[in-house]
Design a protein around this ligand. Structure first.
Ligand code: MSP
Length: 532
């Protein structure tokens, strides 16, 4: 039984440090950040983990090509590229795990000792294929015919490059012992793999039957040594997957601080992964956990790929775009908004500067940004910056009051399902409604005759109150712009920190008190000169 006050625990994959991050990596971390910020605003205790995967052949070879030791290589890239990218995308992760850290190395060694003691490991020769790009043992049936310079070769379907042939003496993990247990688990818990296409893929893989799998490598030097056979290192995936447990204190004494963290955090509620690494997370990982007697994660959610020219964006294929290339122009909020709004989570999607620019201008600069600028400017001009009271709430206002409640409930339901595009659409529909309201009510016309003051004040109050609700609901997606909006509304003084506002009560109308100091600040989404 998980602890009663268990944290809502979300993880990203840990990223290979063979190269610098591209927007495909930032996409997962952004999704996790929006999800966890949303849950924090629901008042839940949350733990959000991300990190880096530093061992394995891929990293070892990148370091060799760079002429430095693997440790120097990963230290440099983590400090120079991987930690800063979290700042660039404005991620509020609670922890960052490195697989070369002592806490991880010791936890991994402890874990595999336990599995050996439990009788799930045996030594045997491995003969077969290996894709270094995937860091994965491949069956002949997994491969496709190469093209271009690789015509005549069997290649990995993801990397388009020839695989290597291995022949080595390894330790094997008795994966076959868990086929039936995994099928039974997923039949009883269909939400444990999402979306449904991912569920079906895993189920058909399981029903074909599993084979025992190599869990160590003898021809790789850069990894975690097996405590009982130091000539072997743990196969990089069976080292990496354990980060989710070692980072929150797996194997630490139950009465220690870390042991307590484990009790209050494990199992993970959501493992976010790209669809290419689904099998590792939905087959091998739960089998490892079952072998160790640990509870299984709540959901593995497999999202799609960001494509370039119809193919997965990748550094290997030189199609990677660095997050900063987009964020330097549009800012982190627009980056976060765009990728979660434009691509249904679970589907593939393409990035284009034209589409990004068009949505930024229409939905952010002209939509929400312009609404906030107009409302705050008019409170300044007509009411000396003091929020007027709503004195004549009529049918037009009631429409917005009802719509606000629907937006909050609707967005909450979507976010809980990881339907980010749906959640954003709920808030966006509300923004559009309020934009229509301000155009119809035309407060700039009402202001011409003091006899209309009651209406004028009601309209301005209604728009500012609506903006308060937008700030709270959009805060998980666009924290920087929404905290600026919060300031401009004077809500910080009146209602406290934006992040402390709760989704459950956000739509309760009339929270911004009359008299609150409203100021027109910098544009939330400044106009962008032509970027195409
Ligand atoms: N190190 C492993 C994960 C170990 S988790 C225990 C790994 N690393 S990776 O750097 O190659 O990929 C990390 C994540 O980035 C994966 O979920 C992968 O799907 C994602 N992406 C890499 N390129 C991507 C796109 N072009 N689009 C979307 N996500 C992509 O695999």
């Amino acid at each position: 039984m998980p602890a009663a006050d268990k944290a809502f625990y979300v993880t990203t994959p840990i990223y290979y440090v063979n190269d610098a991050p591209h927007i495909g990596h930032a996409y997962t971390s952004t999704a996790g950040d929006v999800l966890t910020r949303w849950h924090r605003q629901r008042g839940e205790h949350v733990w959000y983990l991300t990190g880096v995967d530093e061992h394995g052949t891929k990293v070892e070879r990148a370091a060799a090509a760079g002429g430095v030791s693997p440790q120097e290589w990963v230290d440099t890239l983590v400090a120079r590229d991987w930690l800063p990218v979290l700042h660039t995308i404005d991620a509020a992760n609670d922890d960052f795990i490195r697989t070369t850290s002592e806490r991880h190395v010791l936890g991994v060694q402890r874990f595999w000792e336990v599995l050996r003691e439990n009788g799930y490991l045996f030594p045997a020769p491995y003969q077969g294929f290996y894709c270094v790009g995937c860091e994965e043992f491949k069956l002949a049936g997994d491969l496709v015919d190469g093209d271009g310079e690789f015509v005549g070769h069997k290649v990995c379907p993801i990397h388009g490059r020839p695989v290597e042939e291995l022949e080595e003496e390894n330790w094997f993990f008795r994966l076959t012992a868990f086929t039936d247990a995994l099928i039974a688990h997923y039949e009883a818990n269909p939400q444990a793999i999402r979306p449904a296409s991912a569920y079906n893929e895993v189920m058909s893989f399981l029903r074909q039957g599993l084979v025992d799998i190599s869990m160590s490598r003898s021809s790789v030097g850069w990894g975690i040594a097996l405590p009982w056979d130091p000539n072997q290192v743990v196969y990089v995936w069976f080292d990496a997957l354990l980060n989710y447990a070692t980072a929150v204190g797996y194997g630490e004494p139950a009465d220690s601080e870390l042991g307590q963290r484990f009790a209050h955090t494990w199992p993970a509620d959501v493992h976010l992964v790209g669809k290419d690494i689904l099998r590792f997370h939905a087959v091998y990982w739960p089998a490892m956990l079952l072998a160790a007697g640990l509870p299984l994660p709540g959901t593995v959610f497999a999202h799609g790929w960001l494509l370039v020219g119809g193919e997965k964006m990748s550094k290997t294929k030189l199609t990677g775009i660095a997050p900063s290339q987009i964020i330097d122009t549009f800012g982190s909020d627009a980056f976060r908004y765009y990728f979660l709004r434009a691509i249904a989570f679970g589907n593939d999607g393409s990035f284009s500067w034209e589409d990004m620019s068009a949505r930024y201008t229409a939905e952010l600069a002209n939509g929400l940004g312009n609404l906030a600028a107009r409302a705050t400017a008019m409170v300044g001009k007509y009411c000396q910056g003091a929020l007027p009271a709503a004195v004549q709430i009529g049918p037009a206002e009631q429409v917005l009051i009802d719509a606000a409640a629907r937006a909050a409930t609707g967005a909450d339901a979507c976010m809980l399902e990881l339907d980010f595009a749906g959640g954003i659409a709920e808030v966006r529909a509300f923004v559009e409604l309020v934009n229509g309201y301000i155009t119809e009510q035309a407060p700039w016309v009402l202001a011409k005759d003091p006899a209309n003051d009651g209406r004028l004040h009601t309209v301005l109050n209604t728009v500012c109150e609506s903006l308060r609700i937008m700030a709270v609901l959009y805060n998980p997606v666009m924290p920087k712009a929404m905290s600026s909006l919060w300031e401009q509304l004077g809500a910080q003084q009146a209602l406290g920190h934006l992040a402390d506002q709760r989704i459950a009560t956000v739509a309760t109308w009339g929270q911004l008190p009359a008299g609150t100091q409203v100021t027109k600040g910098e544009p939330l989404f400044p106009r962008i000169e032509d970027v195409t």
